[in-house]
Design a protein around this ligand. Structure first.
Ligand SMILES: C[S@@+](CC[C@H](N)C(=O)[O-])C[C@H]1O[C@@H](n2cnc3c(N)ncnc32)[C@H](O)[C@@H]1O
Length: 407
């Protein structure tokens, strides 16, 4: 369902490009490329199109069920958001009967949606995982350290509706935060699992957690997996806060390296989730209403089958009983403090959990990153514009970025 908001006249942002400037409407993503000499010739009707504040918000619709199949793990990663946040039900696994009920709900209530099998390490609760892979009618994402993958499950992982997301923080020398209980590095076994899926022709993706240990190598990491293994789908997330052993990333370096990665991903046709989420609204001229799916797109299930919005938020007594509408009220479009931000249309408010660790309930990393990427993307689009002084007609431009926004 969509909702229309009329903000009246929106004064355009002025952003410098290599050979001029772009006038940009921060709510509608309309853009006019121009330069100082010809700017005064922009016609009133083009200016009116540019500055109109008619924003369409797409309300979240339930599309995704996230199953914490087990909160057991064979690993002990230094930054683990489950163990280092002591989320509820650690050590528990989902009974098959519970999994069956959730899959039944998925198949009957959700069209064109997806199931996410995660944890803990989902391959520890193999019978529930197998049930999902055999029975869920929709896209299935399996999030794994890859160490427990055995040949018998390969036919299911090869199904076209299944994608397996392998966690790697880079090649072996950068993967040192990921290890078994007892300290042995995971890398060799994760790679074995990953290669077995590649050999079988299954859909894969690489999820990398970017911390100060690997932030300088972001481009090399993607290049390594792309050139060596043909990987085309990546996530390079910044760390979520952990109550124990918190990890950080230098957001200036993260943003600069993501800009470099943008150029490489564009050349090679690679999907990087943290780029795609900011690029799509600028290409489609849509408003990114929310970043975290918990405001309505996703429901999460604990191993015992109980539903929650966020397992990490559940560890905060004052927030654990808040409903979706509370979190929705914190989104940028409902927050006057965000109205003057140039990147409001690509932001979505970040992670509600991470926001709670700042005094102003904002994640300043998101503000820095979104503003940096906004400029990078607008400059890049500018390189494909032939007609200046007109509101850009986006449909002919979109195919240039097609592989960057679809997995
Ligand atoms: C919690 S693990 C569970 C699935 C599986 N055991 C695995 O290793 O992928 C899911 C993902 O969360 C990431 N992760 C763990 N701790 C994190 C943190 N503090 N911030 C952001 N991502 C984190 C992991 O790197 C992994 O890609």
């Amino acid at each position: 369902m969509t909702r229309k908001i009329n903000l009246g006249f929106v004064p355009p942002e002025t952003i410098e490009t290599e050979d001029g400037i772009v006038l940009f409407n921060r709510f509608t993503s309309k853009k006019i490329y121009t330069d100082n000499k010809i700017m005064k010739e922009i016609t009133p009707s083009e200016l009116e199109k540019l500055t109109s504040g008619n924003v369409e918000i797409t309300e979240p619709e339930l599309k995704k069920l996230r199953l914490e199949l087990t909160l057991l793990c064979n690993a002990d990663c230094d930054y683990c958001l489950v163990y280092k946040n002591e989320i509820p039900q650690i050590g528990n696994s989902m009974e098959l009967t519970t999994t069956k009920k959730i899959v039944k709900k998925f198949n009957s209530e959700i069209q064109d949606g997806s199931i996410m099998a995660i944890g803990g390490e989902p391959f520890i609760k193999k019978e529930s995982l197998v049930y999902i892979l055999e029975n869920a009618n929709g896209r299935i994402g399996v999030y794994t350290n890859g160490t427990l993958i055995t040949p018998d499950i390969m036919p299911l992982l090869k199904k076209p509706n299944v994608a397996t997301f392998f966690s790697f923080d880079g090649p072996e020398e950068l993967n040192f935060h990921r290890k078994y209980k007892g300290g042995k590095p995971l890398f060799e076994d994760t790679l074995k699992g990953y290669l077995s899926l590649l050999e079988a022709g299954a859909n894969t993706a690489v999820n990398c957690l970017v911390t100060n240990s690997n932030v300088n190598s972001m481009l090399d990491i993607v290049q390594n997996f792309h050139e060596k293994y043909g990987e085309n789908s990546f996530g390079l997330s910044m760390p979520h806060h952990t109550k124990i052993n918190n990890f950080e990333v230098d957001i200036v370096k993260y943003t600069e390296n993501m800009k470099k990665l943008f150029d490489y991903a564009k050349n090679e046709g690679i999907y990087v989730d943290q780029i795609a989420k900011r690029l799509s609204p600028l290409l489609d001229e849509t408003f990114r209403y929310y970043a975290c799916k918990m405001v309505g797109e996703q429901e999460t299930f604990y191993p015992n089958g109980s539903k929650t919005l966020c397992t990490k938020i559940d560890t905060i007594p004052e927030l654990k009983d808040k409903d979706k509408s509370y979190f929705e009220s914190l989104l940028p479009i409902n927050n006057e403090g965000c109205y003057n931000c140039s990147s409001i249309s690509v932001c979505g408010g970040g992670c509600f959990w991470d926001r709670t660790f700042s005094d102003d309930n904002m994640d300043a990393r998101e503000c820095h990153y979104n503003n940096g990427m906004l400029v990078k993307i607008l400059q890049d689009i500018g390189g494909h514009i032939n007609e200046k002084n007109k509101v850009v007609d986006m449909p002919p431009i979109k195919p240039i970025y097609k592989k960057m926004v679809s997995r």
